[in-house]
Design a protein. Structure first.
Length: 78
């Protein structure tokens, strides 16, 4: 069995919940958050060699589809 237990799974779950705030968690509530396939975003960002070595920060804005309560899809900034 490799020594993997359900307690290990709970620890991983807690870890990812702390990173992502419980997004995508399965729930039995009547209202579930809609998740689309391809939810991850990919972008090419040019980084100067100096920034790559010493560190730097860049602010980016992503627009992702979101389903409204009435079922319409809108683009919302993240």
């Amino acid at each position: 069995d490799g020594g993997y237990t359900e307690a290990d799974a709970a620890q991983f779950s807690d870890f990812f919940e702390s990173l992502f705030g419980g997004r995508g968690r399965r729930t039995t509530h009547a209202h579930r958050q809609f998740h689309m396939r391809g939810e991850d975003h990919t972008a090419r960002v040019a980084v100067d060699l100096e920034d790559a070595y010493t560190g730097g920060q860049r602010a980016i804005t992503l627009r992702a589809p979101e389903v409204t309560e009435d079922g319409h899809v809108i683009l919302k900034e993240r």
